[in-house]
Structures are given as structure tokens and as C-alpha cells.
Design a protein around this ligand. Structure first.
Ligand SMILES: C[S@@+](CC[C@H](N)C(=O)[O-])C[C@H]1O[C@@H](n2cnc3c(N)ncnc32)[C@H](O)[C@@H]1O
Length: 206
């Protein structure tokens, strides 16, 4: 099947996706979420290490969501689920307050042209919604090979000091990923020797 490499997340039909589910897990089962999961390679690897959590990929390319869910079903990965939704507007419908243990934002689309910057997902709105959905002590991990995006994420998180605290010093990047799982783009960066900037923030109660 031919997959579109990118879609414009500001297209009107993607700002008003009709069927966005409410995500819940059985009692005692944590929820971890990758925003912009693509084929969910990262979540599949995490799911192999932790059979007791639910791993949810949010992805805006509908055909990719169907293909990834079919692939997970074929492999018997019943704790990985991808959902067709737009992370920029749908988090309130997807997740109730304090319901998520971890969010991952792995290599968000760069949208290099300045007239397309408005399509970028990182900003105060997304950070506030992630803060609402995270459980106290829950984590947000961001990684990207685009320095400007890493700085945008850090600035948005440092501006929400009553909700988020860096797990290291403020305004510092991690030296390496704290997770064994790797996303597809992360592996590609490793192959190319590209520098990756990583941030890990914890939800605090102000
Ligand atoms: C550069 S890819 C990275 C994929 C994967 N996280 C990785 O690291 O390999 C960015 C992904 O985010 C998805 N995406 C972009 N904007 C989105 C949005 N507003 N909501 C949900 N997914 C989005 C894209 O379709 C694409 O699959």
C-alpha cells in the first residue's frame, strides 16, 4: 500500500476527526503513549519488555494506523494499539486527567519551510494538554535531531514550571536515551551518525 509521507495536520478534516476514542486501561494497568507513532516500532519494543502496560500510538496518517494495528494483531501484541487522531487537538478527548504514565514525542515532523512552521506540534498548547493527562510523577520524553525543535520543547516545558520539572538540571539535555526501545527515525539517525537532542521532564504538582 502507498503511504503518504506527510499530511498537513491543520487540514480542516484532520482538525475535526469524528471518531476519536476515549482511552482507558483495566485497573492497575499503566498507559504509555507515543505521539506521532508512525509504525509504532518504539512502542512495540517497549511492549515486549512490559506486558502489563497498555501502549498507545497516536498517528494522523489513517492508512498507517490500520496497517500498524493489523501488524500488531498478526504478531499477537495485544497491548499495543494505534489510534487515528490529531495530537494538536484531540488529547482532551483521548485521555482523562492524570491517566497516562508516560508520553513520548519521538522525532516530530520538522516542517522546515518558515511558511509551514505553524504545522509544528510542539508548543505551549500541547505541553499543557500533556500535563493535564499525565499522572503525578508521570514523564514526558522528547527526542529530535532538529536543534530548533528541541529548544522549542525545552522552552515550552521550562515555562510550565508549576507542572513540569527537568529530571536533570533545568535547561539541560540528556546524554543518552533512558529507554532501551528505539524508534525507526532514531535508528536511522544512529546509522547516519546524526546528533539527537533528548529531554526528560516529570509532572510535578504545583
Ligand atoms: C518524523 S515521523 C516520526 C515517527 C516516529 N515517532 C519515529 O520516531 O520514527 C512523525 C510522525 O508524526 C505523525 N504526525 C505528525 N503530526 C501529527 C499530529 N498532529 N498528530 C498525530 N500524528 C502526527 C506523522 O504522520 C509521522 O508519522
Amino acid at each position: 500500500m502507498r503511504m503518504r509521507p506527510h499530511v498537513n495536520p491543520l487540514k480542516s478534516d484532520l482538525l475535526e476527526i469524528a471518531e476519536v476514542p476515549r482511552i482507558s486501561a483495566r485497573p492497575g494497568c499503566a498507559i504509555e503513549v507515543e505521539l506521532g507513532a508512525a509504525e509504532a516500532h518504539f512502542l512495540v519494543e517497549r511492549a515486549r519488555d512490559d506486558r502489563n502496560a497498555l501502549f498507545v500510538g497516536i498517528e494522523i496518517r489513517h492508512e498507517l494506523v490500520s496497517a500498524t494495528n493489523a501488524d500488531c494483531a498478526r504478531r499477537g501484541l495485544d497491548n499495543v494499539r494505534c489510534v487515528f487522531a490529531n495530537m494538536s487537538v484531540d488529547l482532551p478527548r483521548l485521555f482523562s486527567e492524570g491517566s497516562v504514565r508516560r508520553f513520548f514525542l519521538n522525532f516530530p515532523d520538522p516542517w522546515f519551510k518558515s511558511r509551514q512552521h505553524k504545522r509544528r506540534v510542539i508548543g505551549p498548547g500541547l505541553v499543557r494538554e500533556i500535563g493535564r493527562a499525565l499522572a503525578p510523577g508521570g514523564e514526558l520524553f522528547v527526542q529530535t535531531d532538529i536543534f530548533a525543535l528541541a529548544l522549542d520543547a525545552m522552552a515550552a516545558l521550562e515555562a510550565e514550571a508549576t507542572s513540569f520539572a527537568s529530571t536533570g538540571e533545568p535547561w539541560t539535555f540528556l546524554r543518552q536515551s533512558p529507554y532501551a526501545a528505539k524508534s525507526r527515525r532514531e535508528r536511522q539517525c544512529e546509522l547516519e551518525g546524526a546528533r539527537v537532542w533528548r529531554l526528560l521532564y516529570r509532572r510535578v504538582c504545583g
